[in-house]
Design a protein. Structure first.
Length: 218
């Protein structure tokens, strides 16, 4: 599949996981009917077009299927997008669950309207570090090495920056910066950092991706 130059949304929510663990997370999250898709198509399907289908199961019970998108490989990471899926099942819970099997997974959320950021790093089933703008508590875990560089910034350092020293005095507060340091930075992705293609998938075997309504960009 021909993948055009990729630009990842600078707002929204997503999970990052090691690219070589694709099969693992597909099993852990119970995904089905994987279909090859470009990033433009997949992000639209999972964040802008209708991403849920209500249906009745074989035993007559009401149920909801979610559509998600898993990106190509970016610098050894893949990202999962799916607004309804992440909202209903909990983004950081899904990241924790995945990390039990694939070692590490991150949840990020950037909400410019409410000036709110959330980021969580889960390893081996446990959140080891995280921040949430309106969280209680605001911080989880001890600062990661990339944060310590900001926290311990010294005025005598040649590269001292008062803005970062004040902004990140307790740790990194914005999910964009955390993603840049830990996995994949939102925004344009260099072609040399992109490998393969993405996948559309659904969360129920009885509801394939073709059952979701709406035209998608290629």
């Amino acid at each position: 599949m021909d993948e055009r130059p990729v630009t990842l949304p600078t707002a929204g929510r997503w999970i990052a996981f090691p690219a070589d663990q694709l099969d693992t997370v597909v099993t852990v999250w119970g995904l089905h009917d994987l279909q090859a898709a470009t990033t433009a198509m997949g992000i639209s399907a999972a964040t802008m077009a209708p991403d849920t289908v209500d249906f009745t199961t074989a035993d007559g019970s009401p149920a909801t299927a979610y559509r998600v998108f898993i990106t190509p490989e970016f610098k050894s990471w893949r990202l999962l997008y799916g607004n309804s899926f992440l909202d209903q099942l909990g983004g950081h819970e899904l990241a924790e669950k995945a990390s039990e099997q694939c070692g590490e997974a991150h949840f990020y959320s950037i909400d410019p309207y409410h000036n709110a950021d959330v980021w969580r790093v889960a390893r081996n089933g446990q959140v080891v570090r995280g921040y949430a703008t309106y969280g209680d508590p605001e911080w989880v875990g001890d600062p990661l090495p990339f944060e310590v560089e900001f926290i311990e910034m010294d005025e005598d350092d040649l590269w001292f920056d008062p803005y970062f020293a004040e902004k990140y005095g307790e740790g990194v507060t914005d999910a964009h910066k955390a993603a840049e340091e830990l996995s994949v930075e939102p925004g344009p992705v260099r072609e040399r950092d992109t490998h393969g293609h993405g996948w559309l998938a659904t969360t129920h075997p009885d509801v394939p991706t073709s059952h979701f309504k709406g035209a998608l960009p290629i």
